[in-house]
Design a protein around this ligand. Structure first.
Ligand code: SAH
Length: 366
């Protein structure tokens, strides 16, 4: 009987059978990062052959502009002779490659860099290791941000926070209940609601938030956001978080599964499809600010990239590109900054966290 399901699903069913319904957070954690069968441990999910595409895979302009952003922030920091350029969840490493190439126009900045990758996936780490040889800068890999040594630091995170598991609670007549996953009479995995309300949950909700019965509220453990804020403060540095999500905390079920570039059922094929949820930028900002960082934004990705000069960069690229490449540059610009169809320009947001003495980083000036 247990052999009917793939190994991770067998384990999830065993847990539910022995321990009762599984909170969404535990389900998502198992699906994404189970050490043996988790999605990120067993897949290279990014790109045409994978499940989803990200901004750095769409156009080199994205990483280039972020590289120059980091260069300007380094100057705001007083041009320290050694800088840790940290990337959370680097995927295929494309963004860092493009950023470091663009950094050639600021040789002193480039020479100061030691790259630190925070990556949970051995497969993706392998891909990242493939390109670092010719670059001439030190690279170090870590499993968590906590492992990165102290020192002047700039942190970049594109589509990292959406991959961290969320808790979900459902508003009921007698208060908020944790959203869980159970096995129904037909032996299917199904969403359900924990029997007892979560004590004092109202006090944890963002102030002023209203919800109707049946609505879902999502939240993430603050650990990474707190650590981000602590590092930014302590290292007198900055961080840039780009992701899809909402600027203000609000109710809504945003848990989604994606497989082969299409939406999928989050309860089918656990561990074999990507699971994400929107980033709550207000919660992220509040956690980081509680550690002494200053939050800037979020602003829409399209606006942010235009402020960094993506349109000028596109013109320059097109002027030297063969005709076949010109269309690619135009399509990349449209996808990164526009909001039609698969356009990422409005749904994706950019938020910076910086040491209060630095002032607003490029793109976030009032
Ligand atoms: N930033 C890249 C990849 C985004 S996909 C891009 O824009 O293309 C999410 C990345 O975060 C992957 O590299 C994944 O392996 C990594 N990741 C997911 N969960 C993680 C965790 N808990 N700790 C560290 N890395 C994680």
């Amino acid at each position: 009987m247990t052999n009917r399901y793939p190994p991770l699903e067998t384990e999830i069913r065993r847990r539910i059978t022995s321990g009762g319904p599984l909170p969404v957070m535990h389900y998502m954690t198992m699906c994404l990062t189970d050490p043996e069968h988790g999605y990120y441990l067993t897949n290279d999910p990014i790109g045409a052959a994978g499940d989803f595409t990200t901004a750095p895979e769409i156009s080199q302009m994205f990483g280039e502009l972020l590289g120059l952003w980091a260069g300007s922030v380094w100057r705001q920091m007083g041009s320290p002779a050694q800088l840790q350029l940290v990337e959370l969840g680097p995927g295929r490493g494309s963004m860092m490659q493009d950023a470091l190439r663009a950094a050639h126009v600021m040789p002193e900045f480039r020479a100061a860099i030691a790259v630190h990758f925070v990556e949970i996936s051995p497969l993706l780490e392998q891909r990242q290791r493939e390109f670092v040889d010719g670059i001439g800068l030190p690279f170090t890999w870590h499993k968590t941000l906590e492992e990165v040594p102290d020192g002047p630091t700039i942190i970049l995170a594109n589509e990292f926070f959406d991959a961290l598991p969320v808790h979900q609670a459902v508003m009921c007549a007698d208060g908020w209940h944790e959203r869980v996953i159970k096995i129904d009479e037909g032996q299917k995995l199904r969403f359900s609601i924990a029997r007892d309300p979560i004590p004092l949950f109202d006090q944890l909700l963002p102030r002023g938030m209203r919800a109707q019965i049946g609505e879902v509220f999502e939240w993430r453990a603050d650990q990474t956001a707190l650590e981000l804020g602590r590092r930014v403060k302590h290292s007198e540095g900055a961080a840039l978080v780009i992701d899809y999500g909402h600027a203000k905390s609000e109710a809504g079920d945003t848990l989604q599964a994606v497989s082969r570039h299409n939406y999928a059922d989050p309860l089918l094929l656990p561990g074999l499809v990507d699971l994400t949820a929107h980033v709550d930028f207000q919660a992220l900002a509040e956690a980081a600010e509680s550690m002494g960082a200053t939050a800037h934004g979020p602003i829409e990705q399209g606006e942010f990239l235009r402020r960094l000069g993506i349109e000028t960069r596109a013109v320059a690229l097109k002027s030297t590109a063969p005709p076949s490449k010109v269309m690619e540059v135009e399509r990349g610009l449209e996808r990164l900054t526009g909001d039609i169809g698969r356009g990422m320009g409005r749904l994706f947001k950019a938020m910076a966290l910086s040491h209060p003495k630095l002032g607003p980083p490029p793109g976030f000036e009032p």
